[in-house]
Design a protein around this ligand. Structure first.
Ligand code: DGY
Length: 424
């Protein structure tokens, strides 16, 4: 069975390859997405090393002069997606969106480089290292409103966890009176019950329009934008990525970056407690304007292990929360705990299991010595794929696939992680 799934996963990546970049899935997402591409590179690395590097080189070809790596690069237009390049109107070549996505690229870069022997003179390392450093500096400059090393998202799409209930309160304050009419395309590709609601979409569009109306001035958006939330996911991911970038900076002898990254890591490691919610016993996203904690345990809360943070007592409480999740979920790791407000086992980031988050959480748990939990998450992921194939996400209750089929990052996670340890 494993060999058959290997063949299918490779075929999906080949089929979704548009020449130098991979679409997340046919139809629903017809462009290059930032964090999708980073994870997809790990999948290609298992059977085509050159193609793995090309994937992330193409991604950084869309980097802005200020350092931001955009969340979508529209290498070619496609009328089957909304909001397309004309709506974003960023004036970039190639056209891109005006927001970013989770900073996982440096972590992937380090992995590719180590897989090939950790040679500081690796011919494809330097340009990508420089791109990651510029991107991390962009986060530090524009997305650290409290100066505590955490990451503020200015659009829920930046978090990658688009409709997580963590954003509900901040989104409720977004004025949608000027949004006008538009035609969604996503619900023409997949069941609307698996996608954000119409009211939520209006808010997503209103936030986009604010950015566009201020010419994608990232300073103004950060200071005065309608959505300002410190995301537990991006904060943990950037901290982890800074640790990985530090390894590369050291290997390359970039002393200034070593000092800068070391200071940044110390700042974030101390700052992360601002997200700790002692009532629920987990790190939770927190509004940058009202300072109210979401109070929600989501899959991103468990990225603490991946980021290397938490006292022994905090880690025990996180493991207790993970254990609680197993009482309602047949398959780990649901994106939201059952029983939480707005939990829905098939609606996007309000319950379904997403293998890229499962992967990061399992990596972190294994590194922390929690190998039993890491293996449980991996084995559950294998059962999800064996039952339903390579879907975008999966019900934690029934294993049914939700969202798009033949999904690139799910195929990549099979190849790079899930099949391993299964005797593959
Ligand atoms: C979408 O279109 O739903 C994407 O997730 C936005 O990045």
């Amino acid at each position: 069975m494993s060999a058959d799934l290997d063949t299918r996963a490779i075929a999906i990546l080949r089929r979704n390859d548009r020449g130098g970049y991979t679409v997340p899935t046919h139809g629903l997402y017809p462009f290059q997405w930032n964090w999708d591409s980073a994870f997809v590179a790990l999948g290609f690395a298992e059977f085509d090393r050159d193609r793995a590097w090309t994937e992330i080189e193409t991604l950084v070809s869309g980097q802005w002069d200020d350092g931001m790596i955009p969340h979508i690069i529209f290498h070619r237009d496609d009328p089957g997606y909304f909001p397309g390049p004309g709506v974003w109107a960023t004036g970039r070549t190639p056209p891109t969106s005006g927001i970013t996505q989770p900073p996982v690229l440096a972590t992937v870069l380090r992995r590719l480089w180590e897989q090939e022997g950790s040679d500081p003179a690796h011919p494809r390392l330097r340009r990508l290292y420089d791109a990651c450093l510029a991107s991390h500096r962009w986060f530090h400059r524009f997305r650290d409103p409290m100066g505590n090393g955490l990451v503020m998202a200015t659009h829920n799409w930046e978090t990658g966890r688009d409709n997580s209930s963590e954003w509900d309160d901040a989104l409720a304050r977004v004025d949608t009176s000027g949004v006008g009419t538009y035609q969604r395309r996503d619900t023409g590709h997949v069941d609307a019950a698996m996608r954000p609601t119409a009211a939520e979409y209006d808010r997503y569009v209103a936030i986009l329009q604010f950015g566009r109306d201020c010419g994608w001035d990232h300073r103004r958006i950060a200071d005065a934008g309608p959505f300002r939330v410190v995301d537990v996911g991006m904060s943990m991911e950037l901290l982890r990525a800074n640790r990985d970038l530090l390894v590369l900076a050291t290997a390359l002898g970039d002393a200034a970056a070593v000092a800068e990254l070391t200071a940044r890591i110390a700042l974030s490691t101390a700052g992360i407690d601002w997200l700790w919610n002692d009532e629920v016993g987990a790190y939770c996203s927190r509004d940058a304007t009202t300072h109210v904690s979401s109070g929600l345990v989501t899959s991103a809360s468990f990225l603490a292990f991946y980021a290397g943070v938490g006292s022994p007592a905090q880690r025990q409480r996180l493991l207790a929360a993970l254990d609680r999740m197993t009482r309602s979920a047949v398959y780990l790791l649901p994106s939201l705990e059952a029983g939480s407000r707005a939990y829905d086992h098939q609606r996007y980031w309000r319950g379904p299991v997403w293998l890229v988050v499962s992967y990061m959480v399992a990596e972190g748990l294994a590194e922390a010595g929690e190998t039993g939990w890491a293996e449980r998450i991996r084995a559950d992921s294998a059962r999800l794929i064996a039952t339903s194939g390579f879907y975008e996400s999966f019900s934690p209750e029934t294993a049914a696939g939700s969202g798009g089929p033949d999904f690139s990052w799910t195929a990549a996670m099979w190849l790079a992680w899930v099949r391993k340890g299964a005797g593959a």
